[in-house]
Design a protein around this ligand. Structure first.
Ligand SMILES: O=P(O)(O)OC[C@H]1O[C@@H](O)[C@H](O)[C@@H](O)[C@@H]1O
Length: 318
């Protein structure tokens, strides 16, 4: 690529998406891309340099407010799941966010050209549901190596001196080839709350996590790195997180899938949610305080992910 072409590369483009909803496309010269809707600040696509889709979005997803988009990376704020009195997963995922035309410089992504900052502030209606003032800044960035970085900064801007408390998750739907051939590493032997058993606490037994029925668990105090291995595709997703101690793992399986209107009956085979989250110990911010929570995703051939894999299963040249 010549220097001139390099200069003309469009890293960030605003467009209309499904149903005319505003969206932003991030691109980097190797061919990777990310799509994010202003509705929900929801990432709906992340592609590698071969233009292969890495996130799952349901064929039945409804791109129409007030329904949240089924797939990609919904933002759960100020509540994860039913851990509180608000609607399931809070309201950030079905609000219209705005683009910050003049985003601040931040150390973590100063060399990145492919990024966008989205902002959410409470409307009067929102204040009736959750009586607090805040500024939520989500930076969505695509790294030169195709990694997808999400950084949330939430600031308490209350003028009445009151703190507020919230839970949070990046509800990531990974696209997988066949759920029964998927393995998650990094959560073995940890404690979890089982959403299918009244949020009771259990301890994970045995080896890496595999899937053969419905799963809806909140793993507690997890390591900062979790791997999702798609054996069929010889691909490993690496999830790195910061400020988000917990991780939700969800797959509805066949029966629950049929009960979700915006989800295909067989689609549970092609997705797995692994969500960097803060659930068990909610975050409290006093006026003027800011919280930061980060998730970075990368997708690599499984053979690169040595050290964590069972040596007998390492795929050479995968
Ligand atoms: O249908 P929703 O509101 O998008 O939620 C999907 C799932 O999201 C997961 O995070 C929860 O743990 C599940 O309990 C829930 O069913």
């Amino acid at each position: 690529m010549s220097g001139r072409e390099k200069e003309e590369w469009v890293y960030v483009e605003q467009r209309k998406g499904v149903n005319g909803l505003d969206m932003v496309i991030l691109r980097e010269p190797r061919g990777c891309s990310v799509e994010v809707y202003l509705y929900g600040a929801q990432v709906t696509s992340w592609k590698n340099e071969r233009r292969e889709e890495l996130l799952f979005v349901s064929n039945k997803a409804v791109f129409k407010p007030p329904k949240a988009i089924r797939g990609g990376i919904p933002i759960c704020f100020p509540q994860v799941g039913t851990h509180g009195n608000l609607e399931q997963h809070g309201f950030a995922r079905n609000r219209l966010w705005s683009i910050d035309p003049d985003p601040p410089q931040m150390a973590t992504s100063s060399s990145n050209k492919a990024f966008v900052d989205l902002l959410l502030k409470p409307s009067e209606e929102d204040s009736k549901i959750w009586p607090h003032r805040y500024e939520f800044r989500l930076r969505v960035a695509l790294g030169a190596g195709g990694e997808l970085m999400l950084t949330s900064r939430i600031r308490n801007t209350n003028t009445d001196g009151k703190p507020f408390t919230f839970t949070f998750a990046y509800h990531t739907y990974f696209a997988v080839t066949d759920i029964s051939e998927v393995r998650v590493e990094g959560l073995e032997t940890l404690d979890y709350l089982d959403n299918l058993k009244d949020k009771q606490r259990f301890t994970e037994q045995g080896d890496a996590i595999t899937f053969e029925s419905e799963v809806d668990k909140v793993y507690l105090s997890t390591p900062t790195k979790i791997a999702v291995l798609d054996h069929e595709r010889k691909r490993t997703f690496e999830l790195r997180k910061d400020g988000l101690p917990d991780a939700v793992v969800w797959n509805p399986w066949d029966k629950k899938a049929k009960a979700i209107p915006d989800f295909g009956h067989d689609e549970y085979k092609r997705m797995l949610c692994v969500e960097a989250a803060c659930v068990e110990k909610p975050i409290t911010l006093r006026p003027g305080e800011e919280w930061k929570g980060r998730q970075e995703l990368s997708a690599v051939p499984s053979s690169y992910c040595s050290g964590q894999l069972d040596p007998s299963k390492v795929l050479v040249g995968g």
